[in-house]
Ligand binder design. Sequence first.
Ligand code: ARG
Length: 262
Amino acid sequence: MSTLRHLVKIVGVAAALGIAATATATAAPAKPSGDVSPMIVGGSPATTQQYPWTVALIYNGTQWCGGTLVAPNKVVTAAHCTAGKAPSTWRIAAGRTDLRTNEGVLAKVTKVWQHPNYRSVTQGDDVAVMTLDQNLPYQTLPLATSADAGLYAAGTMAKTLGWGDTTGSGTYSDTLNQVDVPVTSDQTCTTAYGADYRKAAMVCAGYPDGGKDSCQADSGGPLVASGKLIGVVSWGEGCALAGKPGVYARVSSYVDLIKQQL
Ligand code: ARG
């Protein structure tokens, strides 16, 4: 992808983040020192054959965010991805590991529901549901419910996926990447982010020393544990920094609202 497209994306993400932009999108060298391999951040390549419910959200031709297919024509993503953008500006690439190819399906979006209380990522409610113009021939992912509290216990291993920044300094990927990160306790996340971490609305995942994380343009994508969608990539300070886990929208808190849109 071109430098211009990356610049456009960074500025756009910063604008979407509003008050949190300084911490998330424009934080200078977010790359932690040490051995970070260049994927998602600290991850490895993945395919949409392995993870068929992982989709890329293309805004005006540029990969902008990720999403998860939760019904044949419904994608869960982040409200900060969809805020202020018309449904017609989106295309959803499914079954397309490499965004430079035409593999899979490119769907249109007919409707976007955004959590009505969404204001900014640090205030929570960062969830949205897109309705597609067609049913996709791909496996869907179940949503975590109130019965899945155990999946939010500290130490639960979860996977996040996306086409986003692999370094924390604007190295976007044309191909899908994955990384496994442990869910953290509410206490750990409050230590990291103070009152910006709202435990009813969010869940954090990452290692104490960092090194593995989702990053810019992974937003809206999945955090998966035990075959269920437990989180939606939302925000963080830099990417993969020690003491600064990734913050995800807590799906089990929004499952009823989301199901009303399916
Ligand atoms: N807000 C970012 C986006 O719009 C996602 C940031 C996730 N950050 C993190 N450290 N996990 O793509």
